[in-house]
Ligand binder design. Structure first.
Ligand SMILES: Cc1cc2nc3c(=O)[nH]c(=O)nc-3n(C[C@H](O)[C@H](O)[C@H](O)COP(=O)(O)O)c2cc1C
Length: 372
């Protein structure tokens, strides 16, 4: 059977609230770590900063967050950018710090380093399709060598006293559905959970997520929790992911960028069947402010403004702030510009009726995968 699902999936909005599957509200632990909900924030390089993670946690409902991927060697060399990516604090718990690389000694060293930095869990990237990562033998290159991948991880499991998880894809391409074999090998060496993005490496972000492929991984393991990932944007998507893949929990990437309140709604839904109301305009503006102030605190005015410019488009779509105010922020270089814009946004209110975050488009890398 092909791993690649290309036909469009019927979109079901949150106006039709499905019944939550029983598993959605059951307690969960990864290794010895209790995880407060079965909805996780997936790593997204450039977006899942400490400021974003803390802002999302404050809204409620988040089980586990993972940092952007960080290169093992750069971490050992104590490079500034790597230190920033791996940064966490007491408000950011439980957190998995994600490392990538292929050299066993470097990976062990980096894993110990992230535990010292506060990681609740060490996560290893075996799914990233980006050329720079794959060329060095890391990321999804490890999908092609289950034995080597398991040996690499075995050393890390033995070296740290926190759970070790792995994030991967269904396989390298449609001809090599290696994830079930990899999952078995990883479970044997003590991996505490496996997060599976239901696409192949060759697919990038094309086609739609293959939840049945994830179910194949669930069937391959004995008791290791398998976390389903891919295209979960609405309650209906979450219900389908639980039911069709039989995953233990769901990891959400783009859906959280489009709507940081998604975890709160998912968790309410899992507990009571009712997701509660969509976030108000004020709540949406407040989370934007929280995220910006968090970045300023962590990175200082200049870098915070640069990093926030990348995010401002989401908030434009999410809040429906008037376009001229949005345009006044896209090149902002200081806090004063943000403060002025914020006063205007609050005074103006939304320029159109607000929509559910599940309806907002989030662009992803495209073009030939070998050029990423
Ligand atoms: C901009 C962007 C950056 C990403 N960076 C990472 C990363 O650093 N590590 C990783 O394991 N996956 C990364 N991913 C993949 C996501 O974690 C996730 O597997 C993928 O987006 C599918 O889930 P979604 O449909 O919920 O977004 C990234 C995805 C995007 C869109």
């Amino acid at each position: 059977m092909s791993l690649v699902f290309d036909d469009p999936e019927p979109q079901i909005g949150d106006e039709n609230v499905p019944a939550p599957p029983a598993i959605a509200s059951r307690p969960l632990a990864i290794g010895s770590v209790p995880i407060p909900s079965r909805f996780f924030l997936a790593p997204m390089a450039g977006f899942t900063s400490l400021a974003f993670r803390v802002a999302v946690r404050e809204l409620g409902g988040l089980g586990l967050a993972t940092t952007d991927l960080v290169n093992a060697r750069s971490l050992i060399e104590n490079r500034t950018r790597s230190r920033e990516i791996a940064e966490t604090n007491e408000h950011d718990r439980p957190v998995a710090i994600q490392i990538y690389g292929h050299d066993p000694r470097e990976m062990i060293e980096a894993a110990k380093r992230v535990v010292d930095l506060g990681a609740t869990i060490v996560d290893i990237n075996m799914g990233c399709p980006v050329r720079k990562v794959v060329r060095s033998g890391g990321g999804s290159a490890l999908l092609c060598d289950s034995g080597g991948a398991a040996r690499l991880v075995e050393g890390i499991v033995a070296a740290v006293n926190v759970p070790v998880t792995v994030k991967t894809r269904l396989g390298w391409d449609d001809e090599s559905p290696t994830a079930p074999e990899l999952a078995r090998a990883l479970e044997r060496v003590g991996v505490a959970a496996l997060i599976v993005h239901g696409r192949t490496r060759a697919q990038g972000f094309k086609g739609r997520v293959n939840r049945i492929g994830i179910a194949g991984v669930v069937d391959a393991v004995e008791s290791m929790p398998v976390i389903g990932n891919g295209d979960v944007r609405s309650l209906a998507d979450a219900a389908r992911m639980f039911i069709e893949s039989r995953c233990a929990a769901i990891s959400i990437g783009r859906g959280a960028l489009a709507d940081p309140f998604f975890f709160r709604r998912l968790s309410n839904w899992a507990q009571t069947g009712d997701p509660g109301p969509e976030p108000t305009f004020d709540e949406r503006v407040n989370v934007m402010e929280r995220c910006f102030r968090g970045l300023v605190e962590l990175r200082g005015e200049k870098i915070a403004c640069l990093q926030f410019r990348k995010l401002i488009k989401w908030y434009y779509h999410f809040t429906h702030m008037p376009k001229p105010i949005y345009l006044s922020m896209i090149n902002m270089a200081n806090v004063a510009t943000f403060d002025r814009a914020l006063v205007s946004i609050r005074a103006a209110g939304p320029s159109r009726p607000l929509v559910s975050g599940s309806k907002l488009h989030v662009p992803v890398p495209s073009g030939p995968i070998d050029k990423w």
